[in-house]
Design a protein around this ligand. Structure first.
Ligand code: ADP
Length: 479
């Protein structure tokens, strides 16, 4: 048995209990992948109604009094995937439905600062055994919502757990006014350049970076990009200075949830060896969106938050090019209202060619992955990206911007790569309209060369996109 075998995961979302993006996928899959090691992982989540509802065999295991003006009950149970979950049940903090960070208008919720500061305080207390008889050897906190955990732990006396902090997206920094500091119980001296101060505000993300023993981010290329002025979003210099403790580990995906051979959302099972069922998935997707089944070109799919980061304005701009080349497009996403409108309009203007679903739909995400020929991920920056991994698993060819984790996880099917039997997708760089058009043309022309297409698809389907390798890397970090 190793020394560091009790790990407390701390984060604000976790698949399948609650999810707004890739963070939830990681929180829901990495702890399960770590089960094959000699570690005992407990995942702490805020007591949102959706999480409490999804928890099985929940039992009260402890309490913490007077956290942000109320008591916290710690409930332990399991998720439907068998993950051990600890829920911080605190109605005064977490009793609301919907997006955990944004209100119905898409604005940051008013109390995010005190709410997630309290969540981090709860995590620090639980980790030290103050809520019940279980102490963590390592606390692994994720993103700004859990960023203050290491700051609170740094103030604790005596033997304390080591801390790992993972940046899933540097763009979300958790910035709050300075006046919050005293009300969340942090001392004035922390509000400095070497502490959690960021341009006269408190940065929860910076706190995680500064006060943790180890910082990771979700791909090696993103780990390099965030140490630059261009990619560092104001924290580049700090991350460069601290690069001795910064590690880039690319995410995997849950290959059980994402398995075209056993996926209940698909009309027929298929796999790398028996790929015929993918045709049925394309037909079903075309039917669902009323697309012409006689189209001779590839079906491009998008499953994404519709935001500036994801570069989908470029796809909206490229629509005439897709439509004019007998290709098709299905978009599943939500976010920026202008982009939502642009894709809804284009579905109206091009019936039979473009299909749009605005919203969040897990089952449809599986169907788009399976029914598309190409999945588009033209992100301006992308810490890791998961949709390109799902695409490979589902035999759809990822067409991606060569940034961050997209650069690390997709091998461009260049002539040289193909000559050596390599290539899992199409990359383009820099991220611009002309480059996207060229990449779309490459995809459309490769699609007409069946032998090459089949080879790229097979290469992708054979890639190990599971959590096995990343879990091994995290496990050795914990040690
Ligand atoms: P990010 O976390 O930046 O949004 P990732 O690629 O890391 O991007 O993860 C996105 C996750 O959310 C993937 O699992 C993807 O399938 C899923 N997803 C994104 N948008 C939707 C949607 N509209 N409906 C269903 N799933 C979605």
């Amino acid at each position: 048995m190793s020394g560091n075998n009790r790990i407390l995961f701390v984060g604000s979302e976790c698949f399948p209990l609650i999810k707004t993006g890739g963070l939830a996928d990681v929180m829901g899959a990495l702890p399960l992948a770590l089960e094959s090691y000699d570690v005992d992982v407990l995942t702490l989540l805020p007591g949102f109604p959706a999480i409490k509802k999804g928890l099985k065999s929940a039992k009260k295991v402890g309490t913490l009094p007077a956290i942000a003006g109320g008591n916290v009950t710690l409930m332990k149970g399991t998720s439907s995937t068998g993950q051990e979950i600890l829920v911080a049940d605190a109605p005064h903090l977490f009793d609301f439905e919907g997006n955990p960070y944004l209100d119905a208008r898409g604005e940051d919720r008013k109390d995010n600062g005190p709410r997630y500061a309290a969540f981090a305080k709860i995590a620090a207390d639980v980790a030290q055994g103050l809520a019940f008889k279980w102490k963590a050897d390592v606390v692994h906190a994720h993103d700004w919502q859990a960023g203050l955990t290491a700051a609170y732990l740094s103030l604790a006396k005596g033997k304390k757990p080591r801390t790992v902090f993972t940046i899933h997206n540097l763009a979300f920094q958790g910035l709050f006014p300075k006046r919050l500091l005293s009300s969340i119980g942090l001392p004035e001296h922390m509000f400095s350049q070497d502490g959690l101060e960021y341009w006269d505000k408190i940065s929860f993300l910076k706190a995680g970076i500064v006060y943790s023993d180890v910082v990771t981010t979700v791909s090696p290329t993103y780990a390099r990009e965030i140490q630059t002025d261009e990619g560092g979003m104001g924290l580049g210099g700090l991350l460069k200075k601290l690069n001795h403790k910064l590690h880039g580990i690319a995410n995997g995906i849950d290959t059980e949830t994402w398995d075209p051979f056993s996926d209940p959302a698909l009309p027929e099972p298929y796999s790398a060896r028996r790929v015929a069922g993918k045709k049925a998935a394309k037909k079903a997707l075309q039917e669902r969106f009323g697309l012409d089944p006689a189209s001779k070109g590839p079906l491009f799919g998008v499953i994404s938050r519709l935001t500036d980061q994801k570069g989908l304005d470029l796809v909206a701009g490229a629509l005439p090019h897709i439509v004019g080349n007998d290709a098709q497009l299905v978009v599943l996403g939500s976010g920026d209202k202008n982009l939502e409108q642009a894709f809804m309009d284009s579905a109206k203007q091009h019936p039979g060619i473009v299909g749009t679903f605005i919203g969040y739909d897990e089952t449809l995400a599986h169907q788009v992955q399976a029914g598309s020929d190409v999945i588009l991920v033209p992100s301006r920056f992308e810490p890791c990206g998961l949709t390109q991994l799902c695409a490979m698993r589902y035999g759809s060819i990822p067409l991606v911007a060569r940034v961050g984790g997209l650069a690390d996880t997709v091998i461009d099917a260049s002539a040289a790569a193909l000559k050596h039997g390599q290539g899992t997708g199409i990359q383009f760089s820099p991220v611009g309209f002309d480059q996207l058009i060229t990449a779309l043309d490459r995809a459309m022309s490769l699609y007409q060369t069946e032998k090459t297409w089949v080879q790229i698809r097979r290469n992708g389907m054979k890639e190990d996109v599971s959590w096995a390798q990343p879990a091994a890397a995290y496990h050795s970090l914990y040690q």
